[in-house]
Design a protein around this ligand. Structure first.
Ligand code: HEC
Ligand code: HEC
Length: 297
C-alpha cells in the first residue's frame, strides 16, 4: 500500500475513534439516586410542573384521558417530525419495566436504558436541572397511571438525523447544567428559577434556536418562531412583557391575560398544568420572570 494511502486510512480511523469517544452516552453515576424513595403524591406535582402529559398524552386527549400516556403527538421541526412515545406503565409498549435510575438517565442525561441518545425534542436540556428526589417521586407517580399497549410510532426524520450517535456531539455543544439566572436570589426566586429553567421547560418554547436546534441562551425567553415556522411565540422576559407579577401568576392559573384574552396554542396545555400547581409556585415563576435582566442590544 502506498504511504499516502496508509496515512489516509490512519487519519480516517483516528477520526472515527474521536467521533466514537465524543459521542459516548454520559450516564449518571450509579449511586445518583442512592437512599431515595419515591412519593407518588409529590411526584404528581413534578408531573404537572414538567408538562409530561402535554406531549405524551394521545393527540387531543382531554381531562382524565390526559393521564393515559399513549404517545402519538407529532412535533414538526426543521429536522423532521418527532413523535412522542408511549411512556405509560405498559411493560412492553411503555416504560413499565424501567427503574427510577432509567428514568433519571433519560430525563437528566438524554440517554435510553440501551445507551442511545434521545432527540432534544424530549426537553432533557431543561430537565437536567430536575433534582434526584423529584425524578424518584415522578417515577413513583408514573407507575400509578393507567397502562396502554398503544405502540410508539417511529420518528419521521431522514439521514443524517436518523443517526442517534451524532447527538452526542450536539449535547457537547448545547446540554449544560448552568443556570441562566445567577447571583443572589431569594428562596422564592430560586424556586421560580427551578420551575422555569428545569421541569417547566419554558425556555424550550420561548427562546429562539440556532440552525442546529440549540437554544440561543444569550436571548433567553425573548420569543421565538414556532418550531413548524408558521407562527410566533411571544417573549416573556421583562423587556417584552410588562405584566405585573400578579398578572403573570393569574395567567398561569386561569389562562387569562390582563386584557382577558385566553391563552391559546401550546400555552393552553401549559396552563392546564400550571393551574394545578400550588399558588406559591405560580408566584415563584412570576417572581423569577420579573428578575430576569433585559437582554443586551
Ligand atoms: C415537548 C414535548 C415533550 C415533553 C414536555 C416531554 N416529553 Fe418525553 N419525549 C418526547 C419525545 C419527542 C420523545 C422521543 C425522544 C427520542 O425518541 O429520542 C420523548 C421520550 C421520552 C422518554 C423515552 C421513552 C422511551 O421509550 O425510550 C421518556 C421516559 C419520557 N419522554 C418521559 C417524559 C417525562 C417523564 C416527561 C415530563 C417530565 C416528558 N417526557 C416530557 C417529548 C416530550
Ligand atoms: C410548548 C410551548 C410552550 C411552553 C413549554 C411554554 N409556553 Fe408560554 N406560551 C407559548 C405560546 C404559543 C404562547 C402564546 C399563547 C397565545 O398566543 O395565546 C405563550 C404565552 C405565554 C405568556 C403570555 C405572553 C403574552 O404576551 O401573551 C406567558 C406569560 C407565558 N407563555 C409563560 C410561560 C411560562 C412561565 C412557561 C413555563 C412554565 C411557559 N410559558 C411555557 C408556548 C409555550
Amino acid at each position: 500500500m502506498p504511504p499516502l494511502f496508509r496515512w489516509i486510512i490512519a487519519l480516517g480511523l483516528a477520526g472515527l475513534a474521536t467521533f466514537w469517544l465524543l459521542t459516548r452516552p454520559d450516564r449518571l453515576a450509579d449511586d445518583a439516586l442512592a437512599g431515595l424513595t419515591g412519593d407518588a403524591a409529590r411526584g404528581e406535582q413534578v408531573f404537572l410542573a414538567g408538562g409530561c402529559a402535554s406531549c405524551h398524552a394521545a393527540p387531543d386527549a382531554k381531562d382524565e384521558a390526559r393521564l393515559v400516556l399513549a404517545g402519538g403527538q407529532r412535533f414538526p421541526s426543521p429536522f423532521g417530525t418527532f413523535l412522542a412515545p408511549n411512556i405509560s406503565p405498559d411493560p412492553t409498549h411503555g416504560i413499565g419495566t424501567w427503574s427510577a435510575m432509567d428514568l433519571a438517565n433519560a430525563m437528566l442525561r438524554g440517554v435510553s436504558p440501551e445507551g442511545a441518545h434521545y432527540y432534544p425534542a424530549f426537553p432533557y436540556t431543561s430537565y437536567v436541572h430536575v433534582t434526584a428526589q423529584d425524578v424518584t417521586d415522578l417515577h413513583a407517580y408514573l407507575a400509578t397511571l393507567p397502562a396502554t399497549d398503544t405502540p410508539s410510532l417511529p420518528h419521521e426524520i431522514s439521514f443524517p438525523f436518523t443517526i442517534r450517535r451524532g447527538l452526542g456531539l450536539w449535547k457537547h455543544l448545547y446540554a449544560t447544567e448552568d443556570w441562566m439566572l445567577a447571583g443572589d436570589l431569594t428562596p422564592e426566586q430560586q424556586r421560580g428559577r427551578y420551575l422555569v429553567e428545569g421541569p417547566g421547560h419554558c425556555g424550550e418554547c420561548h427562546t429562539p434556536r440556532d440552525r442546529f436546534g440549540g437554544l440561543q441562551r444569550d436571548v433567553w425567553l425573548t420569543g421565538a418562531p414556532t418550531p413548524d415556522g408558521k407562527g410566533k411565540i411571544p417573549g416573556i422576559s421583562p423587556s417584552q412583557l410588562d405584566w405585573s407579577e400578579s398578572d403573570i401568576a393569574y395567567y398561569l392559573e386561569t389562562g387569562f391575560t390582563p386584557d382577558f384574552d385566553a391563552a391559546g396554542g401550546h400555552m393552553a396545555s401549559v396552563v392546564i398544568n400550571t393551574g394545578q400547581l400550588p399558588a406559591s409556585d405560580r408566584a415563584a415563576i412570576a417572581a423569577y420572570l420579573k428578575t430576569l435582566p433585559a437582554p443586551e442590544g
